[in-house]
Ligand binder design. Sequence first.
Ligand SMILES: Cc1ncc(COP(=O)(O)O)c(C=O)c1O
Length: 446
Amino acid sequence: MTFDDYLANYRRKTSKSRRLFDRACKVFPGGISHNIRFFEPYPFFVDAAKGKTLHDVDGNRYTDYWMGHWALILGHSPPNVANKLAWQVKRGTLYGTVNEASVKLAETIQQLVPSAEMLRFSSTGSEATMYATRLARAKTGRRVIAKVIGGWHGFNTTLMQSVNYPFEVDEGPGLVEEDGQFIESIPFNDLEGSLKTLETIKDDLACVIVEPLLGGAGCIPAQKEYLEGLQEFCKRAGGLFILDEIVTGFRLSIQGATGTYRLDPDLITLGKIVGGGMPIGVVCGRREIMSLADPVLNKDKQARCAIGGGTFSANPVTMMAGLATIDYLKRNKERVYSKIDRLGAEARQGLTKIFSENKIACEVTGTGSVFLTHFLSNKVNKITNALDVALSNREMLSRYHRALIASYGIFFLPTKMGAFSFAHNVQDVKNLLSTTSKIVESKALA
Ligand SMILES: Cc1ncc(COP(=O)(O)O)c(C=O)c1O
């Protein structure tokens, strides 16, 4: 079977999706409402989702490894969350003022996440990282934000710098050169290189913001010493250390990477899992920094850091879904994390074995429940940062993922990291491995 046969199969079984996509292209630029959701020849349209399974409009089922941008750690619509949501929707979806569930969720986060002394909710992670960097500038009175090359912190203007390859080129029209004037890029997992750059800007350094695991850029865990080195530099230089835990929070452990790596960040951003399947962002951290946003303490606008929250911040539906999810994780943490981490390890080992037995050079990266296969090329023989990912054989990875979708009912958003949820099981790993073997044997990747 060639790759074209896989594509033909996909087209045959997704004719309703094709028609919907034609309509979508007339109303959405590119037919989508988030750039990464498009893949060739067109994405299938989802009709329903339950547990680990997506159901499309043509009646096909897919075991989901994308899991709502990795947000759904308990699976799609887990009963405990769905019941709480149904109850809350009847009582109102948006009060537009304060509610008890938000206090409970905030107290739960405060109790679980080291350094989260105070917090504020927003509706997206992009807002949370924007607020975190604004707070850092407010606290330090400095301007420069250092971010990792390839680091992804959402679509806000501040951090939309050195995201996509080629990293040194501006991210595109609509952003002006001045937007990047106070952003400095540092190389991921290269402490010496990062410190060298940071040293040159240390007097104006407001913060370093870093993901403990490069998620969007290719599922690469940060080395502990790298994060510790950045943290230490920040403390010495008087800039803030911000850990973007929007992916890793409640994913790597109940305490996120902050707990796993025993870090002491000044600010942390959270999102995804903590919203229980509903939109969310959280900026949290030290009391004296978060207090800069206190409108009661800082009546004078010149003393107040203007971070918002937005119309939908702390809405009771999100708060209920988040509480139900985090409560479940808290009560079942041993069971949940040992299961999903074991599935992740088995997938990484199994995939590595299959590709190496078939003499296909690859590296399966990840940690805990997340993983991604990278096909190596004559340009790159090891995956340590976003540049290595960009130079690896992305076309082959895309073909591999699209062949899984086309003929085996397995969904990875093509080229993106996969994540296990508590709804997955050992049989899913076996299926993933056996179908991968079939695709390798079919020569569709060549
Ligand atoms: C590490 C990280 N930070 C921030 C964001 C932005 O979050 P959102 O998509 O909710 O705006 C993302 C989204 O994938 C992310 O992975």
